[in-house]
Design a protein around this ligand. Structure first.
Ligand SMILES: Nc1ncnc2c1ncn2[C@@H]1O[C@H](COP(=O)(O)OP(=O)(O)OP(=O)(O)O)[C@@H](O)[C@H]1O
Length: 719
């Protein structure tokens, strides 16, 4: 894009040319925030004559920083694009220049999650901790929470204590949380590593300690601009306050309706109260939407209007009319996927490239059925910010267990023999490889033949053989889905992920079981384990490298800030979107904002779909409340959920909403004669309601006599 202020509307122009003082832009989705920011930067450089190195432009992710750099480069033609970075990235620049104040070298290490895990591994080994004490995911969270709230001055230990003193503190800690925390600080200091928290804390400390350095940075940053201000957290805010302290030229842009990171500490109050904290703030509202058709905008306005904690602001369409928002209710997730793919084919036949079509979803595991249909129909696709379903580690591991039972091949063996840990590490594998080569046998046979060799003392090799042998003997009599469940259980594989707290992996395994089950019922005679393995092998080899000419699949979080001509938002079901983890009213509003972000990505047409069936916990799948939030007249249904299903959904939403924010309903919500499902006793009918005992009298279909069941137990209404 060429630089020209004529490409801007009135509000954008005001935002671009109001260079001095505190300026706040409250902007809607698709209203041209990115365009305004990049033009403002270019205006300062091209027209005002400011040096790019004196401008700081903060974005939310590294990816948006890269994109912003490219745009600004195009607009200014200048190779120096100044400081365009995330807060963390900018702190790296500060520390590279001034880390000597805290006696850290310039080439300090920036730690990511896998570095942190490696450090945790050392600490656990040194101090005899196991994942039962705390999973790595929990340990990382715990460290972050302690750094933010419980021990906010922790960085002083890192800066002022000698390595020996820090080590002493670690070695003398006795509580697992203290051991991990101080062990981690010690490990960090030992390698001059800094995590995201430290980067900001250290920068703030340097500014606090050294006025000269603070002033140097404050003077350097003549203009500061911050994007996605609705997602700023307390530490970033503090840093911003310091940085703009000299010139006081601070420009912020945000959309309160797109706050989706409160779970990470973002707080939209900073955007709301900005004008009180910085008197004289000029506020500009940008609500004209250039991205989406009036049909899409009417639907999203209607959705977000249902959030109670918000400033009312409708997006105003600029583009001409387009087709209606098209919705579909499937009898199963397969039917839903087939419908999406049929729409994709229709679009493609009309001359639209696959590039222009994107499928969005709330949770990764949703892609499995969609991928299967896409592959069957030979439609090219690519998954962003995630691995294709059958390429995921846990899916490959699970399938390797099945392959091991059927074929006992070396590849499967190598993949799973030590997963979960059976103490069969590299040295023992080398031993097996040598034996196998000399005796021309498979690795598994090598293990069986050498199992009494002293090298396998203290390992769980024998129980691994028992496991494989016992399944090999019986698998032909079992269904594949039973086999899979049992092997994941008896091998300890699922337990391993449970202990590690990897809910996403467990969800994916549950989805794999579901897919095996569907395979069995759809292919009758041919459903042997060998057939199944041949069938899935076709799915595991697709590559996701080049995205040209391919349908895109991504989570809603990954789609933030992007736009696509045709958007399919799928699996719009209770328990998926909103996520089953939503437990507070604020959390539900955040989920709704997330749905809003998803829908506002669409430019030409938006497709919404959901399907019946069961969730992993056995509960019914109801259409999402977010679909019901949208005024009915704004949605065109190609296939609608039945009226009884809609009324049950409403009842379910009313019922489950009571539990938000920990509310425990005291009153009964079923009526006499209602059919219910109890998670253990199965189907039944309500005979009596006893409010004094807070219980129902229920006749269960499979019991001779009725039972009294407390209100405390969740019952599901059956149509
Ligand atoms: N003044 C304008 N005239 C024409 N098109 C515009 C104008 N401003 C923005 N657009 C177009 O509108 C679309 C949305 O703009 P942009 O991506 O900057 O929005 P945004 O506010 O950053 O969106 P979001 O917050 O939803 O990610 C882009 O395709 C952009 O080119």
């Amino acid at each position: 894009m060429e630089y020209s202020l004529e490409q801007l509307n009135e509000e954008q122009l005001q935002a671009v040319t109001s260079t001095e003082g505190f300026v706040r832009v409250i902007a809607g989705a698709g209203s041209g925030k990115t365009r305004a920011l990049s033009h403002r930067f270019a205006y300062l450089v091209n027209d005002v004559g400011i040096l790019p190195g004196n401008i700081l432009c903060v974005t939310f992710t590294n990816k948006s920083a890269n994109e912003m750099r490219q745009r600004i480069h195009q607009l200014t033609g200048d190779n120096d694009t100044g400081y365009i970075n995330t807060f963390h990235g900018f702190c790296v620049s500060i520390l590279q220049e001034d880390s000597h104040v805290v006696q850290y070298p310039k080439n300090f290490l920036v730690l990511d999650n896998s570095d942190i895990d490696s450090m945790l591994k050392i600490i656990y080994e040194e101090r005899g901790l196991t994942l039962r004490h705390m999973t790595f995911a929990k340990a990382r969270d715990m460290i972050e929470i302690r750094k933010l709230f419980k021990n906010p001055d922790y960085y002083l230990d890192m800066i002022t204590m000698s390595l020996d003193t820090l080590q002493h503190k670690y070695l003398h800690a006795s509580d697992p949380s203290d051991i991990i925390f101080y062990g981690y600080l010690y490990q960090e200091k030992k390698c001059f590593g800094l995590d995201y928290n430290d980067l900001i804390k250290f920068s703030l400390y340097i500014f606090e300690q050294n006025e000269e350095i603070r002033l140097k940075w404050q003077q350097r940053l003549e203009y500061i601009m911050i994007d996605e201000f609705q997602d700023i957290d307390a530490l970033q805010y503090k840093l911003m306050e310091v940085l703009c302290g000299h010139h006081k030229n601070l420009f912020i842009v945000g959309d309160p309706d797109q706050t989706i990171y409160t779970w990470r500490g973002a707080n939209v109050k900073y955007l709301f109260h900005f004008d009180k904290v910085f008197p004289g703030t000029e506020t500009i509202m940008m609500t004209k939407n250039y991205r989406s058709t009036p049909q899409i905008l009417a639907a999203v306005n209607s959705l977000i209007d249902k959030n109670e904690h918000r400033i009312k602001k409708d997006l105003i369409p600029i583009l001409p009319d387009g087709p209606s928002v098209l919705c579909y209710h499937g009898d199963s997730s397969l039917k839903e996927a087939q419908w999406i793919i049929s729409q994709i084919k229709k679009l493609q036949k009309s001359g639209i490239s696959y590039d222009d079509m994107t499928i969005l979803y709330r949770a990764h595991y949703i892609t499995r059925t969609i991928e299967e249909v896409l592959q069957k129909e030979e439609i090219p696709y690519t998954i962003y910010s995630g691995v294709q379903f059958f390429g995921r580690m846990e899916i490959k591991d699970a399938l390797s267990y099945l392959r091991m039972i059927a074929f006992k091949d070396d590849l499967s063996f190598l993949r799973i023999v030590n997963v979960p840990k059976r103490n069969i590490g590299e040295r023992r594998i080398r031993f097996l490889q040598e034996y196998a080569q000399q005796n021309h046998v498979s690795l598994y046979d090598a293990l069986k033949e050498t199992i009494h060799h002293p090298i396998f003392k203290g390992t769980k090799a024998a129980s691994f053989i028992d496991l494989i042998e016992s399944f090999s003997d019986t698998y032909e009599e079992q269904t594949i889905s039973e086999l899979l469940s049992e092997v994941l259980d008896q091998s300890g594989y699922e337990e391993m992920h449970r202990t590690a707290g990897s809910q996403e992996r467990l969800d994916n395994l549950a989805e794999l079981k579901q897919s095996v089950y569907e395979y069995e019922i759809s292919c009758g005679e041919e459903s042997t384990l060998e057939h199944y393995l041949a069938h899935v092998a076709l799915f595991s080899n697709s590559d996701a490298q080049d995205s040209k000419g391919k349908v895109k699949l991504m989570t809603v979080h990954a789609a933030k800030g992007l736009e696509f001509p045709y958007v399919f938002l799928c699996a719009m079901n209770e328990g998926i979107f909103p996520s089953k983890k939503t437990s507070t009213i604020d959390g539900m509003e955040e989920e709704r904002r997330l749905a809003f972000v998803a829908m506002t990505r669409a430019q030409k047409r938006l497709y919404l779909s959901e399907s019946e069936g069961r969730n992993f916990d056995g509960s019914m799948r109801y259409p999402s409340r977010f679909l019901l939030d949208i005024d009915e007249s704004l949605l065109e249904y190609e296939r609608k959920p039945s009226d009884p299903l809609i009324s049950d959904t409403r009842a379910y939403i009313r019922y489950s909403s009571r539990y938000l924010d920990g509310y425990q309903p005291e009153k009964e919500i079923f009526e006499i004669g209602d059919k219910i499902r109890h998670k253990i006793f199965g189907l039944g009918t309500i005979l009596q309601i006893d409010s004094s005992k807070q219980a129902y009298l229920i006749q269960f279909d499979r019991m001779n006599t009725p039972r009294q069941i407390s209100f405390r137990v969740t019952l599901e209404k059956v149509r």
